[in-house]
Design a protein around this ligand. Structure first.
Ligand code: SF4
Length: 894
């Protein structure tokens, strides 16, 4: 781009043509006050605070919307500019309520800050306070539009960043204000309560609930959200040792910029829940009794060693956490492998589709792990499957909405419509469990229409011919009929994808179902066929539900791999770790989380150490899991909250939440982010890495780490993709480094080719007379996973997210069920009772059940089994029947 030069306050500066005067001035160290400007929003020029003067033309102009021009001579604070600016702020202040003393924005109010900087005392104008009622109708956002200065930031953030379309200007002149359509309450609009408007508001017009009387934050620090796999950067504000406020960190190049979602923004109040564990406890006379750390750790070590001596190392299990840090998961698995001698280590990621993730890792290595979400907005086309990011990973959904807004074709495929359906150029509704059918159909149609990349296939892949012959042999009409897909809609999708590099987004609906690994193989084949893997404007994004699901696996908190994802059966890889740790490592694959519960039921597992998971609630079949854990000789639970699992424990060790400790997380993009503590852990609780380090010493480790940095040093030294963890760049994050990438990721001529895999088995769901409906189980945006943490949020609890099931109008008529009726949903494995909502966007024969609510009891409908166990349907769907409760017409479904 052509460079131009101009003068600002007497200094000669240059910038690319098209740069605004404000941007070039700020880049050169000149500060210009602004109210309506935000670097992530389009320039608006409404507040006129950024006025500057061009000495040459004599013009006064808003610098945010004026492009710099050659030979301008700009003065940012000339007497004329200051007079105008002061008059504007006087007018604003005259209209502003004088309630600064009790305003939750306090000293952070930009309006007040600018007025103070300009030395504005009395306005000298007759007060024209524009009083409006304070609205605190929902548990998240308080609106006091008397303080609104009409900067439009909330509206523009809604339209440009979150793309929710919930609010716009309403009224004219003095009555103008931001409002929803028809001025309905926010909860009746498309608002998702992400809180972006609250953080971006420069005054106290928008604030969070529960912020009154807690005091303004005394200090703020950047940390990482510990809910979902997006891993947003937060700015946590603390008063004393309590986190009292959370806002987006607004850091350039961060995954979330100025946005968050309802969980990240508002559910952090779980940190101050009365259910926080604050002291170590040991069960004495059947009561959990507070004890000292020394007594608790001695007790855990003594009993673990006794059990190992009596029953062998395989009688002990370690359940780590996809919510704990990399450092903690590393220490946890190291304790299991080197101090106890077993590979019975797992984390909650097994419930989020690790077998399907393994397929990607086995076929592409670390190569496609780094996928910046920012690339989505430069994609050529997006194909999203089995995903509902608006609920599971909302910040990811903002990227997709913005991409669609820019005209990037979005094709969505799912068993139901979601809030992204209106953004899609084509939306394919499929029958549950019929993913392979439509993917093969799409593949065959693309191939027939020359939608493949012959050069790429030749250069980077092998085995395309036989694969394509097999796919082409299918009858598309029959595949579409079996999967419930409209062939015309599928062909529309083919037209949108043909000749483009495709960005694939795969969600829970695929990863957590029985056919997950087969479907992922088919998607990878499609990605290879279209030449999309390894391309800058395409790639493969797999949604990770938990914040550190990827990191926990990388750190080896899994039963079949050592740190660095080295397979436990890889003798050379195992020897490398044996040399590093100076111990023998068992070559036997350990038990995963579900097998540990089964082993506890059989009595072969005697002790279980659970860190940061609540298996009683997160696993299916709560009573069965409880009974299994109660039968153990020793249950140790290290957690931050009093949970359904900790209540069964023999020893409870209180850990720390992420704002209370240092460490790192690895998000779904392959970004490692390091963070430091914002506040101290409550009571006697300790950072989890410190508990593990101290316990390791008690168990006989002669070389404790003593600091989280020393753990990071070892990880960086021994796990090459984590080499950037120590020393970490100053901005606190780095991408995973590729280790042995395939040829298409490395550009090496002699790298390995990626083979097309054989076709998977299309063993769809063929129906069942006793259980004629298919229940689809997924969480809503207010809760994640089992809802253990979000269930402790006062705001989320007060909002009472919808917990009813949804059924199609066709099924409601067939079952004689109306909106609001109570029904009993029965599967082969359990039953629940819920109110009914009729949803026109559901296919006939399919019902939707939200998880994470009501003690996550929906999981009682699902079997407790490995995802690849024969007959298992997966964690996201099951066959059910439905009976209306009460009344004369209580009748079995269909
Ligand atoms: Fe936290 Fe995920 Fe929401 Fe970001 S999208 S704020 S990481 S829950």
């Amino acid at each position: 781009m052509e460079a131009i030069s101009l003068t600002i306050n007497g200094k000669r500066v240059s910038c690319p043509s098209g740069t605004s005067v404000l941007t070039v001035a700020e880049a050169n160290g000149f500060r210009i006050p602004t109210l309506c400007h935000h670097p992530d929003l389009k320039p608006f020029g409404s507040c006129r605070m950024c006025l500057v003067e061009d000495e040459k033309s004599g013009r006064i102009m808003a610098s945010c919307v004026t492009p710099a021009a050659p030979d301008m001579s700009i003065q940012t604070a000339s007497p004329r500019v200051l007079t105008h600016r002061k008059n504007i702020i006087r007018l604003m202040m005259a209209e502003h309520p004088e309630s600064c003393v009790v305003c939750s924005k306090g000293n952070r109010c930009r309006l007040r800050g600018i007025a103070a900087e300009m030395g504005l005392g009395e306005t000298g104008l007759y007060p024209m306070a524009n009083f409006k009622a304070v609205e605190a109708l929902n548990p998240f956002i308080v609106r006091d539009l008397s303080k609104c200065i009409l900067c439009g930031k909330c509206i523009r953030a809604d339209h440009e960043l979150v793309v929710a379309g919930a609010i716009d200007y309403n009224g004219r002149g003095f009555r103008s204000r931001p409002a929803t359509l028809l001025d309905r309450p926010l909860e009746q609009s498309t608002c998702t309560f992400c809180g972006t408007c609250v953080s971006i508001c420069p005054t106290g017009a928008l604030s969070t609930t529960l912020s009154g009387y807690v005091g303004s934050p005394e200090r703020e620090q950047v940390t990482v959200c510990s809910f979902c796999g997006v891993g947003c950067l937060l700015r946590a504000g603390a008063a004393g040792e309590r986190v009292v406020e959370v806002n987006p960190a607004g850091v350039q190049e961060s995954v979330n910029g100025a946005t968050l979602c309802v969980r990240g923004h508002f559910a952090h109040d779980y940190l101050n829940s009365p259910r926080r564990l604050t002291a170590p406890m040991i069960r004495k006379e059947n009561e959990l009794t507070p004890v000292s750390w020394a007594e608790a750790l001695d007790s855990v070590a003594d009993r673990l060693l006794e059990i190992r001596k009596a029953h062998g190392p395989q009688s002990i299990g370690f359940l780590g956490s996809s919510k704990c840090t990399n450092e903690e998961n590393y220490l946890f698995q190291k304790m299991a492998r080197t101090l106890i001698g077993c590979n019975n280590v797992d984390n909650g990621g097994v419930l989020s589709g690790r077998p399907a993730f393994s397929v990607i890792h086995e076929r592409t290595g670390w190569g496609c792990r780094v996928n910046p979400l920012a690339r989505l907005e430069q994609a050529e086309a997006i194909l999203m499957m089995g995903a509902d990011p608006g609920q599971s990973t909302p910040v990811l959904s903002y990227y997709i909405r913005r991409a669609a807004q820019k005209g990037i074709p979005l094709v969505g495929v799912d068993v139901r419509k979601t809030d992204l359906t209106p953004f899609a150029a084509a939306w394919i509704c499929i029958r549950p469990g019929r993913d392979l059918e439509w993917i093969y159909c799409l593949t065959a149609r693309l191939w027939k229409r020359f939608g493949h990349d012959a050069t790429y296939i030749e250069q980077f892949t092998q085995g395309f011919g036989p694969y394509c012959d097999a796919v082409s042999a299918f009858n598309p009409e029959r595949l579409c009929m079996e999967s419930g897909v409209d062939l015309a809609v599928l062909d529309r999708a083919v037209d949108l994808l043909k000749g483009r590099k495709v960005t694939f987004i795969i969600g829970d609906g695929i990863m957590r179902q029985r056919q997950g690994p087969g479907v992922v193989n088919a998607v990878l084949n499609l990605a290879l066929m279209t030449g999309s893997l390894g391309h800058d404007r395409a790639g493969l994004y797999v949604i990770t539900r938990e914040n550190n699901q990827a990191g926990a696996w990388d750190m080896g908190a899994v039963p079949d791999a050592l740190p660095g994802r080295v397979p436990i059966g890889d003798a050379a890889g195992r020897r490398r770790w044996e040399r590093a740790w100076k111990v023998k490592v068992s070559p036997d694959r350990g038990l995963n989380m579900i097998r540990m519960v089964e082993a506890a039921e059989k009595g072969t597992l005697k002790a279980l150490y659970v860190m940061g998971e609540n298996p009683v609630l997160s696993l299916p079949q709560h009573e069965r899991v409880s009974a299994a854990l109660e039968g153990l000789d020793l249950l140790v639970v290290q957690d931050i909250l009093d949970t359904e699992t900790s209540r069964l424990a023999d020893v409870v060790l209180p850990g720390a939440a992420s704002p209370e400790k240092g460490g790192s997380f690895t998000n779904m993009e392959g970004r490692i982010t390091r963070f430091d503590p914002v506040v101290a852990p409550p009571g006697k609780s300790l950072p989890d890495w410190e508990i593990l380090d101290r316990l390791g010493q008690t168990l006989g480790n002669p070389q404790p780490f003593r600091s989280v940095e020393h753990v990071q040093e070892e990880i960086a030294r021994l796990i090459p993709p984590y080499g950037a963890l120590n020393p970490m760049p100053d901005d606190g994050w780095a991408w995973l480094r590729h280790a042995e990438p395939a040829r298409l990721f490395s550009g090496r001529e002699d790298g390995p080719l990626i083979p097309f895999s054989a076709l998977g088995d299309m063993n769809g769901d063929d129906g069942d007379e006793t259980y004629p409906l298919t229940a689809v189980l997924r969480s809503l945006r207010f809760h994640l996973g089992s809802g253990t943490r979000s269930g402790c949020s006062r705001r989320i609890a007060a909002f009472a997210p919808p917990d009813g099931i949804s059924i199609s109008p066709e099924d409601s008529r067939a079952l004689n069920v109306s909106e609001g009726d109570t029904v009993r949903i029965q599967s082969r494995h359990g039953s629940i009772t819920r109110a009914v909502r009729i949803n026109r966007d559901l296919l006939e024969g399919c019902i939707f059940i939200p998880t994470g609510v009501r003690g996550n009891d929906a999981l009682n409908l699902v079997d407790l089994a490995d995802v690849n166990a024969p007959g298992f349907e997966g964690f996201t769907r099951c066959r059910v029947q439905l009976k209306k409760q009460g009344g004369a017409d209580e009748a079995q479904s269909h």
